[in-house]
Design a protein around this ligand. Structure first.
Ligand code: GLN
Length: 544
């Protein structure tokens, strides 16, 4: 029997609802249950694919090629369960499906309304494509009271009614602020937020209260009384030092126990050894490495969420604390080597992550040149691989015109628009006029690694599968030129047409990949490229 847990948020956004949902799922897993996490996002975009990373944060890509909300990254990192296209939906997607059905005449002339047509589509989404999991945790994005989230709240209210209490549970995440002038925690915002939820017919079963201070029992009792929630189900969620402590902290506060109790289940205590080990490793590093990320969206670190997590995982694997410096690549756009060296002086390793557009690309190429010439470990991801290839072509092979068609027409399109590639057995064709949404090479593709390469050594496997999100590709036609300039193509698509990994054998650790390895890294299963990269940074920090 599948049970559904609906997680809503109130008072303010950014309360860590996604993390809380992921942590609760991890705790249920630790009690031996199978889980699936889903997210309903209230905005009107069809998916987050076209949203600015500085506004919305990273776009997380699933194996099956969906562009999803970054919370799905937390879900995977905390549970190890791979997300699918059917685990994230937006209001925009729901409406566009409903309207497409209406145009096809599927509703047989009925008047199309939010209730029941839109809410039915939401309910169908919540229940579709499940594998008999014990628990489905469904997070509702946004904050209770937003106009956009109303249809979602109505849909989960109906679902709660249909499933009954024995198969549904409502968890509401709120804020209990500390008012310095009064010297106390204030419960009123939580009361109001629960009232708001009750006004749409939802009575929360469990409250997860974010606070920065210890909460006296008296306050807890008050929240329970005013919000009509059992006192033991008012769970305190204090801030913790690192996100992987959240499952341990929520368990201590009794969150999973309350959920189990709500459903009348009787299980043994969870096995939290895995989480204790990770926390032990994070809290007791043997050393520290400095990694400089040279990028364009450095103003909002959420735009590289999976990347910073993957670096932390690489740190766990090597017992190192990874300190990240963010460097705006435009600062490196100078002919003066001293300025470049100054900005990168502290770097034990340099990383150029994914990116779009020409702005800032020259600075990235400068950073890559510095890494190559000074033997500083380098990891290039997606755009960071394309720029590494341009760096070698321009600075070693002397092709000053080498460029990417992403920056406009060029006589040497070393990076160009791939107009076709295979999805499964089908050939897909793209052209420059396609829509921008959902038209990149998206999702998992196989890659074959070359014997004797650094890539092969790091992965310790020959065939790998990694997730992609890009429109342009390195042109295999330039292979000879690049190899003569010391850059080897050490990973190719199985048909040998698409370069997926390049490296420089004359360098201690210089590797760049067309895919996004950070999307598949987990704290308890650090990705080999990040373990290898942090290890190389550690070696470097010992040298200098
Ligand atoms: N802008 C490049 C492309 O579309 C790289 C994309 C990325 O780094 N994710 O191919």
């Amino acid at each position: 029997m599948t049970r559904f847990i609906f997680i809503t948020g109130g008072v303010v956004s950014s309360l860590g609802k996604g993390l809380g949902s992921a942590a609760l799922a991890a705790l249920l897993q630790a009690r031996g249950y199978s889980v699936r996490l889903r997210k309903l996002d209230p905005y009107l975009n069809v998916d987050p694919g076209t949203m600015s990373p500085t506004q919305h944060g990273e776009v997380f890509v699933t194996d099956d090629g969906a562009e999803t909300d970054l919370d799905l990254g937390h879900y995977e990192r905390f549970t190890g369960v791979g997300n699918r296209r059917t685990d994230n939906v937006t209001t925009g997607r729901i409406y566009s499906d409903v309207l497409a059905k209406e145009r096809r005449g599927d509703y047989l002339g009925a008047t199309i309304q939010v209730i029941p047509h839109v809410t039915d589509a939401i309910k169908a989404f919540v229940k579709a494509n499940l594998d008999g999991e014990d628990f489905v945790l469904c997070e509702i994005g946004g904050t209770v009271g937003d106009i956009e989230s109303l249809p979602f709240l109505e849909a989960i209210r109906q679902l709660g009614n249909e499933l009954g209490r024995e198969r549904s549970c409502f968890v509401h995440v709120t804020l209990v602020p500390y008012i310095a002038a009064a010297g106390e925690l204030k419960t009123k915002p939580t009361q109001h937020s629960v009232k708001e939820l009750q006004s749409v017919g939802i009575q929360p079963d469990i409250l997860l209260c974010r606070t920065e201070h210890e909460m006296p029992d008296e306050q807890r009792g008050k929240i329970g009384l005013f919000c009509n929630v059992r006192e033991s189900a008012v769970i305190l969620a204090n801030d913790v030092s690192n996100i992987y402590e959240v499952p341990l902290s929520y368990h201590e506060q009794g969150l999973d126990r309350e959920v189990i109790r709500h459903f009348g289940l009787d299980t043994q205590e969870p096995d939290l050894a895995r989480w204790e080990e990770i926390n032990h490793a994070i809290q007791n590093p043997e050393g520290e490495v400095n990694i400089t990320i040279v990028g364009k969206y450095v103003s909002l670190q959420d735009s590289y969420k999976s990347l910073t997590e993957a670096l932390t995982h690489g740190g766990i694997a090597n017992r190192q604390k990874v300190k990240i410096s963010w460097l705006d690549s435009e600062l490196l756009e100078t002919d003066d080597d001293i300025i470049v060296a100054d900005h990168l002086a502290n770097a034990d390793a340099i990383l150029v992550p994914g990116g779009f557009g020409e702005r800032g690309s020259k600075g990235k190429i400068r950073a890559i040149q510095f890494a190559r010439e000074k033997n500083v470990p380098y990891l290039g991801i997606c755009f960071g691989m394309q720029m590494a290839v341009l760096e070698t072509a321009r600075n070693i092979a002397g092709m000053s015109n080498a460029s990417s068609t992403e920056f406009g027409e060029t006589p040497e399109p070393i990076v160009g628009l791939m107009t076709e590639w295979n999805i499964g057995n089908e050939l897909t064709t793209r052209d420059a006029d396609d829509d921008l949404g959902g038209t990149m090479r998206l999702g998992a593709y196989d890659c074959v690694l070359e014997e004797g390469s650094l890539a092969k050594e790091v992965y310790a496997e020959t065939n790998i599968s990694e997730r992609h999100r890009h429109r342009y590709e390195v042109n295999i036609g330039y292979r000879d030129m690049l190899e003569k300039a010391g850059m080897k193509m050490s990973g190719l698509s199985p048909d040998g047409r698409l370069p997926e990994i390049v490296e420089r054998p004359d360098h201690p650790f210089f590797i760049a990949v067309q895919f996004h390895p950070e999307l598949k890294s987990r704290p308890f299963e650090p990705h080999p490229l990040f373990s290898g990269f942090v290890n190389a940074a550690k070696e470097r920090s010992r040298l200098v």
